[in-house]
Design a protein around this ligand. Structure first.
Ligand SMILES: [Zn+2]
Length: 278
């Protein structure tokens, strides 16, 4: 169940849900188990065991952020973007009135565009900030309405509410409809993919993350993000929920300058996810 580092496949057509092999196999297994028990009631312990094992597999697949077993999940940029030497800086959990303006100033200074996976309710609370992100040429994408810790435990209706409400909140404030979705902490379940397909959203995780919401050591966060830095990478940082250094500086502000320097030294070009498929 290892996550693949192959380039992301082309985005699926919006509105079309094509179950992954694992999901299709699970459905078939459930049908077979039910039919088996109907024909030969004595096989029920084996049928039950097979169904339970299948549920464990589905749950595990949803709890590995970079796994693709439940459907499309970008862990890298598409091949054409990688061939152009592009990488994506993604910044999650904002907008944050204290950290985001400083992040925007920093990106501006370096002439770099990034993708902000914003929380819908925070976009509604800080609309000017969300508009400022877009006005400066960055992209605001969907990171759910409330960033619930129990997101991966929600059923189809709960997931649809979390994703669709954020889609509406972000669209209303910024005037731009998100095209990409990132699950809170990257955790999800098999009911998410049909919801995303209906809204025309593509699931995006990351190539590497710095763990900058928990680590207070900027050098270690930077090392995690730059180890094996290559074209097509999707890197994850946070402006919301940012940890602080001993001096009280949000990690993202300490890490971004040397990270952007490393990207430049490697002759890579930071782009938004949208620009990577343009
Ligand atoms: Zn998050």
């Amino acid at each position: 169940m290892s996550a693949s580092n192959a380039p992301a496949p082309d985005a699926p057509s919006p509105g079309v849900y094509r179950p992954s092999a694992l999901i299709g196999g699970s459905v078939a297994l459930h049908v077979a188990a039910a039919a088996g028990v109907a024909l030969l009631p004595g096989v029920w312990p084996w049928a039950l065991g097979a169904v339970l094992a299948d549920h464990l597999t589905l749950t595990a697949a949803g709890l590995i952020p970079r796994a693709r077993l439940l459907g499309v999940n970008w862990t890298r940029l598409p091949g054409a973007a990688a061939a152009r030497g592009e990488v994506a800086i993604t910044i999650d959990d904002g907008p944050d009135p204290e950290v985001t303006p400083a992040v925007l100033a920093l990106l501006e200074r370096h002439g770099v565009r990034a993708t902000f996976f914003c929380v819908g309710e925070r976009v509604s609370r800080f609309p000017q900030l969300a508009r400022e992100i877009v006005a400066r040429g960055h992209a605001v994408e969907n990171h759910s309405e409330h960033h619930l810790h129990r997101f991966s435990l929600l059923g189809p209706r709960g997931l649809r509410a979390e994703v669709a409400t954020a889609q509406a909140s972000i669209g209303a404030v910024t005037g731009a409809t998100p095209r990409y979705f990132r699950a809170p902490a990257g955790l999800r379940n098999p009911f998410l993919e049909p919801v995303l397909a209906r809204l025309g959203l593509t699931l995006v995780s990351w190539t590497r993350r710095g763990f900058d919401t928990v680590s207070v050591d900027a050098a270690r966060v930077l090392a995690r993000l730059t180890r094996g830095l290559a074209a097509g990478d999707i890197l994850l940082l946070h402006d919301g929920h940012a940890a602080r250094t001993a001096a009280g500086v949000p990690l993202v502000l300490e890490v971004l300058p040397p990270l952007l320097a490393a990207v430049r030294d490697a002759r890579l070009m930071p782009v938004t996810l949208r620009a990577a498929v343009a």
